[in-house]
Design a protein around this ligand. Structure first.
Ligand SMILES: *Cc1c(COP(=O)(O)O)cnc(C)c1O
Length: 391
């Protein structure tokens, strides 16, 4: 892989200096944006060509040279390639698919601010990404506003709302990808959020460490570390993303004291095998990233070629739980269409429940009994205490 990547750079960017290649702004400026760009570096399939010629939806195309160097030039079914190069299936809409399946618009309380859960908010601080994932849950809005710079005036509206709502103790910055913002803008945002006394936790959701690891500079991590407790959720799709560069970026974040979690979307033919998923979760744990959520793919328009049956997702979780380190097992969730929030789903472990207790299924399928206590037995203890509740 590393050799293929060196060859990629030598062939397509022969005059690029190391300093440029490792500069995130250079990476952003030289992204692959259209059919002409892509056909230079790969043999496009008929389905890809059709999509690139405009048949597909509104989600733009963008791939950093770094991430492009991980793509297989000859195999359109390569997992990483499928996540970023559109195919004509994107324009095929299936039953039940929607542009905003999670009904985020309905919970939007200020422009860019979604308040669905009692104590935390989702703050969409930009619609920019360095690389656009074809299965994006927010494909309805990302990459739409052509190069308008992020607006402090819009952000201020959301910040005022958070300041006025003392129940909000957790602010999740997402988008778009917040780490595509310049340090100055991120610092402006973080300073104002940290100044709100009831905001206990700030989190950033990002894929940058894996698609633009050059962005994770010492300047960035030093700045972020001023705003602790600050956590980060890394969007990770496939073990092939865990390159030397990505590993170094994750190490810099972890060394800055940022607790790292991961979010993975379960994708058909991309990461829905026990081997791939286990490799990914092990790879993350080794890099100090705790697998947090495994998402059932949201039914956005044109997503059926990405979606895996829930039954298979349950089998995959069953292939991890008990079989490997508990820290390596994410919570499998369906983000409920219609705005119900994230609902965890698990293989059935309670087989039967009766007066004497529970029958449980262990990770190898064997049944076990647990002698449960009932509310009656709790009363028994209460009866033996004195009327004022003291022993
Ligand atoms: C996912 C999400 C959150 C954060 O949920 P956690 O389970 O706390 O990670 C908050 N708000 C919205 C709208 C979300 O979709």
């Amino acid at each position: 892989m590393a050799i293929a990547r060196e060859a990629f750079r030598a062939r397509f960017f022969p005059d690029t200096t190391d300093a440029d290649w490792h500069d995130w702004r250079w990476q952003l400026r030289h992204r692959f944006r259209n059919e002409n760009d892509l056909c230079r570096i790969m043999q496009l399939s008929a389905q890809e060509t059709l999509a690139l010629r405009g048949a597909a939806g509104a989600l733009p195309l963008a791939i950093t040279p770094y991430y492009a160097s991980l793509l297989d030039p000859d195999d359109a079914t390569q997992p990483l390639r499928r996540t970023v190069v559109p195919v004509s299936l994107e324009s095929r809409h299936s039953v039940g698919e929607q542009s905003d399946p999670l009904h985020e618009e309905g919970s939007t309380v200020r422009p860019g601010l979604v308040h669905r859960y009692p104590d935390r908010v989702l703050f969409l601080v930009t619609d920019h990404c360095s690389v656009f994932c074809r299965y994006c849950t927010r494909s309805r809005l990302v990459g739409q506003a052509s190069d308008t710079s992020p607006s402090r005036r819009t952000w201020q509206g959301a910040i005022d709302y958070i300041a006025d709502h003392t129940e909000v103790r957790d602010v999740l910055l997402s988008g778009g990808d917040p780490l595509t913002l310049p340090n100055s803008e991120l610092e402006w945002l973080l300073t104002r959020l940290r100044a709100i006394p009831h905001v206990e936790l700030i989190r950033i959701g990002t894929k940058v460490p894996l698609v633009l690891p050059q962005r994770v500079t010492p300047d960035l991590t030093t700045m972020l570390a001023k705003f602790h407790p600050l956590w980060m959720s890394i969007h990770a799709t496939h073990p092939d993303e865990l390159t030397e560069e990505a590993s170094a970026a994750l190490a810099r974040l972890a060394d800055a004291g940022i607790p790292l979690g991961s979010q993975t979307v379960l994708l058909s033919g991309i990461n829905d095998s026990p081997e791939t998923l286990r490799q990914l979760m092990h790879g993350l744990v080794r890099r100090r990233v705790k697998p947090y959520y495994l998402y059932q793919c949201d039914p956005i328009l044109g997503s059926s070629h990405f979606r895996t049956p829930v039954k298979r997702g349950l089998e995959l979780i069953g292939s991890l739980r008990g079989h490997t380190t508990g820290y390596a097992v994410p919570t499998y969730v369906i983000d409920a269409p219609g705005g119900g929030g994230k609902i965890p789903i698990q293989p059935e472990t309670i087989v039967a429940r009766d007066a004497a207790g529970l029958t449980l299924r262990g990770f190898q399928g064997t049944l076990f009994r647990y002698p449960d206590v009932t509310d009656d037995s709790t009363e028994f203890f209460q009866e033996t205490t004195t009327p004022n509740g003291l022993p």
